[in-house]
Write a protein that binds this ligand. Structure first.
Ligand code: AMP
Ligand code: MG
Length: 184
């Protein structure tokens, strides 16, 4: 796909979860938003955003969730709620001309779910670009790869902590830089 916007707005969220059904999919809530603004012309990451978000439906993180993400209960103690976190993200986004992207559709769906639960406005002005589908198609791969496997396919290694919002977003940007055609 040819991107006509000035920036890729690459967003990766972490959410409450469990490995025993205690947190069903439809009750998961965002606990971290990580995002980068990446130029669609130069592929430079121009700005970054991170916030924790305090969940309300399952306010106590499961040991599984902390193990997976490295996010601890005390990280959320003074975190903003969903609406305040989204307001901070919107302030950071400003009026930049962006296309909202994530690795797969999960992050977009999670935003829709949380907005619906909080009766809050959906924060992204554009449609959504599924970079996992886009990148795997560009690479001629029939199987969809996770972020780490896509990096490895390109001869790169994941940098930072996997399953952390901002590190995930930064690594997706590294893939985009290598794979997506520049906007001239
Ligand atoms: P990710 O961006 O891959 O770190 O995943 C986003 C969120 O999806 C995580 O914060 C978890 O809530 C959920 N998730 C990811 N992987 C798993 C897994 N193996 N089991 C349960 N939930 C998961
Ligand atoms: Mg993530």
């Amino acid at each position: 796909m040819r991107i006509v916007n000035d920036f890729y707005l690459i967003v990766d969220v972490e959410a409450t979860c469990s490995d025993d059904g205690a947190v069903p999919r439809y009750e998961m809530e965002i606990i971290e938003i990580g995002a980068v603004l990446q130029s669609s012309r130069t592929f430079e990451v121009e700005s970054e955003f991170q916030t924790f978000v305090r969940p309300v439906r399952h306010p106590e993180l499961t040991p599984f969730c902390t193990e997976l993400t490295g996010i601890a209960q005390h990280d959320l103690a003074s975190a903003p709620g969903f609406e305040a976190a989204v307001a901070a993200m919107k302030l950071w986004m400003g009026s930049a001309d962006t296309v909202f992207c994530s690795w797969g559709d999960y992050d977009r769906n999670q935003f829709h779910q949380d907005c619906e639960f909080h009766n809050a406005a959906y924060p992204f002005p554009s449609g959504h670009l599924n970079l996992k589908a886009e990148v795997c198609r560009s690479l001629g791969l029939s199987r969809k790869l996770g972020i780490s496997d896509a990096l490895r396919h390109l001869g790169l290694e994941f940098e930072g902590a996997l399953h952390r919002g901002l590190d995930d977003a930064r690594n997706i940007a590294r893939i985009v830089r290598r794979v997506m055609p520049p906007l001239i």
